[in-house]
Design a protein around this ligand. Structure first.
Ligand code: PMP
Length: 388
């Protein structure tokens, strides 16, 4: 495919041919035996990928924002207090969603590129009684990774529900949902889960489901209401057809295939591959003399990188030139630093060859922009770091 551009943005990403083949297969009825089986298997596969054997999975046509909306609509009642551990743009979005459903929202923030200290979160939790805490495991606007295990311990200690936005992390970063005490993890299909955009995915702990069932007020969103979806998910898992709203048939077939590929690779091997790829990418960025938005390696995601432009390099021009060299990258997203950095997604089916192609294209563009560096320094560092 000589005109193909390698898609290296933080979602959507490149997808496996077997997954794409499902997208191009004839659409069946959502009541067809083959579809019922695929949906049932996908729900079972989700429990394994989310590492939550006792959780309740939901697969709903929509995007990651719908998954966030679904969490907010079903867990928040007017007047509830919610704490947002905020590391960027998607923390702000979660706050707005929770407020829309009547929550009183407090944000714990850090400087851009950092994540709030655990002591700050604990201080907030000790001052007021919160119903839930939300956190973005990897905020796609900053590339900051948060320590979910530590937050899980705090959430248990203070008896609050822990809701994790795993849109840019699930199936790429380590996330032991049950072991770490996470009550709800949500994601979307188009990132490390490896399926084209269009599915909102949630895993809800029994504890969070009990909290939902004890609601005093109706859910203020008809489409997202778990009362509508729970019977559907339970039916398909019991290999029976059911209907509330038409499932995204081809996407569900594709999800089942992708979950199968993820589980065949193995969760630990998959997380390790993402760590290696990330190490390689970040070593190259450093060797080229570029700074990164995350302020320390410990708070940097493994599913993406967020390099800052060197002085004198113009952002839009640079990203266009990388595109001409065959690789699609993303520009900045965080409003406060939008023009200062760019983003590389490296999750899902990504491999070392993709990183080398990306770094090669970045070197070509940097050279064209007049930036001074040793040609090949990024490529050499990427290759050297892969087996460190
Ligand atoms: N949360 C995070 C961390 C994301 O990266 C995104 C998408 N980039 C979303 C939520 C929203 O997902 P969607 O664009 O699929 O609605």
């Amino acid at each position: 495919m000589k005109n193909r551009s390698l898609l290296m943005i933080p979602g959507p990403v490149e997808f496996e041919p077997a997954v794409l083949a499902e997208m191009g297969s004839p659409t069946t009825s959502h009541l067809a035996p083959g579809f019922i089986e695929a949906f049932g298997q996908a729900l079972e596969g989700m429990r394994q990928v989310f590492l939550c054997p006792e959780g309740q999975p939901f697969v709903i046509a929509g995007t990651g924002t719908l998954a966030m909306d679904s969490a907010g609509a079903n867990l928040v009642e007017p007047g509830d207090r919610a704490l947002v551990v905020n590391t960027g743009y998607f923390g702000d979005r979660f706050g707005m969603i929770l407020e829309r459903y009547g929550a009183q929202v407090t944000h714990v923030r850090a400087a851009i590129g950092d994540c709030p200290a655990l002591e700050e979160v604990e201080k907030a939790l000790s001052q007021v009684e919160y119903k839930l805490v939300t956190v973005t495991q990897v905020d796609t606007s900053t590339g900051v990774l948060v320590d979910i295990a530590a937050l899980g311990k705090l959430a248990r200690m203070y008896g609050v529900l822990l809701v994790v936005d795993g849109v840019c992390s699930l199936a790429g970063e380590e996330l032991k949902m049950s072991e770490w005490g996470v009550d709800l993890t949500l994601t979307a299909s188009q990132k490390a889960v490896g399926v084209p955009p269009g599915l909102a995915l949630l895993m809800v702990s029994q504890h969070a489901l009990e909290s939902f069932k004890a609601r005093r007020n109706p859910v203020l969103n008809y489409y997202a209401d778990w009362n509508n979806w729970l019977p559907v998910m339970q039916a398909y898992e019991a290999r029976k057809a059911s209907y509330f709203a038409t499932p995204a048939v081809n996407l569900v077939y594709a999800l089942n295939v992708s979950l199968g590929l993820i589980l065949a690779e193995g969760m630990e091997a998959r997380i390790e591959r993402h760590r290696k790829i990330s190490r390689s990418c970040k070593a190259a960025i450093q060797a080229l003399g570029l700074e990164q938005v995350p302020v320390r390696p410990e708070v940097a995601a493994h599913t993406m990188s967020a390099p800052r432009f060197p002085a004198g390099v113009n952002g839009p021009d640079f990203v266009t030139r990388v595109g001409r060299a065959g690789v699609t990258l993303a520009r900045g997203l965080h409003p406060a630093i939008r023009s200062e950095y760019f983003r590389i997604g490296h999750m899902g089916s990504v491999n070392l060859g993709d990183i080398l192609a990306t770094i090669g294209a970045i070197e070509i563009a940097l050279k064209e922009c007049g930036y001074q560096f040793t040609a090949g320094a990024g490529l050499a560092a990427a290759a050297a770091a892969i087996n460190e």
